[in-house]
Design a protein. Structure first.
Length: 331
C-alpha cells in the first residue's frame, strides 16, 4: 500500500510538471511571437518586378535605383522600358518616387533600360545607363543628369558616351553594359563597365567626358556587373561570374591594380540566372543589395526582385560570404 501511494504521488508529480512545462513553453512561444514577429522583408519591393540594383548614400538617406522588368506573360526574355527609384532612412521602409528616367529620354536609344548607377558630384546627380543604341548596333552607355536624386533626369550629352564600335576586345554586341562609377579620394572619377571584358576609364570633372584611353581589367571568369567601391585603403571590384551567375570579387591597393582575386561573395540568387549587386555603407553598417526571382508565381530569371542583406568584413579587409535571407533587414 505504501509503495502504491508513493507510485501514485510520483505519477501525479510527473503529470503536474509536464502540464506546467507545456504551459510555460506555449506561453513562452506566444510571448516571443508577440515581441519578435517574424517579418519577411526580402524581396523589399513586392508590387512590381525590380532588377539590377544600384544605391547612392546621400545625406541621411539611401536612394535605390532599379531596373523594371515588365515582360508579358509567356515572354521569356528581358523587357525593360524605364528605371525606378526608391528612398529609405532605415533600409527597411522604402518610399517609391515617380519614374525618374525612361529609355525614351535618350532620343538616340531604341530600347532596353538595363543596369545603371547614379552618383553625386557638386550638387548634381549623374545617371550612367545601359541601353540599346538606335543607329549603332549593340548596347551603349548614356548619361542623364538631375538636380535631385529622385529626378526627373534628362539626357546630359544628347548622344552615347560609349558605343559598341568603341570596344573591340570581344565581338559580342552587349559588352558595353552595367556601368559602375566611383569618385576617388583625390577627386578623380572612374567608370567601370562590361560583359565578358571589364573596361574602365577616367572621367573628367564634368562627369560626362572621358579623360584618357579606355583600359581593361583582367578578372577570373568575368561575366558582367562590375561594382567598384572603396573602404579604408582597399579598392573592391565585385562582379558577376559564370552563368547562372554568382558574385565574385577582387581587391587592390590601387584602382589601376593589380587586382587579387578573393573568391565568391554571393552564391546563385535563387530562381534567377543573373546576379547583380550594389555595396554600400550606411549609418555604420554595410549592406549587400542584389536581385533574385523571389516573388511567386511569376518570379524567375526575367521577372526579378531586389533584396537587401547585411555585409560583413574580416579584420584583413576581405569580405565575408553574404548570407541571403528571406527576413532581410529587420528594424
Amino acid at each position: 500500500m505504501k509503495n502504491t501511494i508513493i507510485t501514485l504521488s510520483l505519477l501525479t508529480l510527473l503529470v503536474s510538471c509536464k502540464t506546467v512545462n507545456s504551459t510555460m513553453t506555449k506561453d513562452t512561444v506566444t510571448l516571443e511571437k508577440k515581441n519578435n514577429p517574424i517579418i519577411f522583408n526580402n524581396p523589399i519591393i513586392t508590387d512590381k518586378y525590380t532588377a539590377d540594383p544600384a544605391a547612392l548614400v546621400y545625406k541621411d538617406k539611401v536612394y535605390l535605383y532599379t531596373g523594371h522588368d515588365v515582360p508579358e506573360k509567356g515572354f521569356n526574355f528581358y523587357k525593360m522600358d524605364d528605371w525606378l527609384v526608391y528612398s529609405s532612412s532605415d533600409m527597411v521602409h522604402w518610399q517609391e518616387h515617380p519614374v525618374p528616367l525612361k529609355v525614351t529620354d535618350f532620343t538616340w536609344a531604341k530600347g532596353d533600360a538595363w543596369a545603371s548607377q547614379v552618383i553625386e558630384r557638386n550638387g548634381k546627380f549623374y545617371w550612367y545607363a545601359a541601353v540599346e543604341h538606335g543607329t549603332i548596333p549593340g548596347k551603349a552607355i548614356g548619361i542623364a543628369v538631375s538636380d535631385s536624386p529622385t529626378g526627373p533626369f534628362k539626357d546630359a550629352l544628347g548622344k552615347a558616351l560609349i558605343t559598341n564600335d568603341m570596344t573591340t576586345e570581344t565581338k559580342i554586341s552587349w559588352d558595353d553594359i552595367d556601368p559602375s562609377v566611383i569618385i576617388d579620394d583625390d577627386g578623380q572619377a572612374y567608370l567601370f563597365w562590361g560583359n565578358t571584358v571589364c573596361h574602365y576609364v577616367k572621367l573628367k570633372e564634368n562627369m560626362i567626358e572621358m579623360d584618357g584611353p579606355m583600359k581593361t581589367v583582367d578578372l577570373p571568369k568575368f561575366t558582367e556587373a562590375p561594382w567598384i567601391h572603396k573602404r579604408n585603403d582597399w579598392y573592391y571590384l565585385s562582379y558577376a561570374t559564370e552563368f547562372p551567375e554568382k558574385i565574385a570579387y577582387a581587391m587592390s591597393k590601387s584602382i589601376n591594380g593589380p587586382w587579387e582575386y578573393k573568391g565568391i561573395l554571393n552564391e546563385i540568387a535563387g530562381n534567377s540566372n543573373t546576379n547583380h549587386q550594389a555595396i554600400i555603407d550606411f549609418k555604420g553598417k554595410s549592406y549587400f543589395i542584389y536581385h533574385n526571382g523571389g516573388i511567386p508565381t511569376e518570379g524567375g530569371s526575367y521577372r526579378r526582385s531586389v533584396c537587401v542583406d547585411r555585409l560583413f568584413y574580416n579584420e584583413d579587409g576581405t569580405m565575408k560570404r553574404v548570407i541571403m535571407t528571406s527576413e532581410g533587414i529587420q528594424e
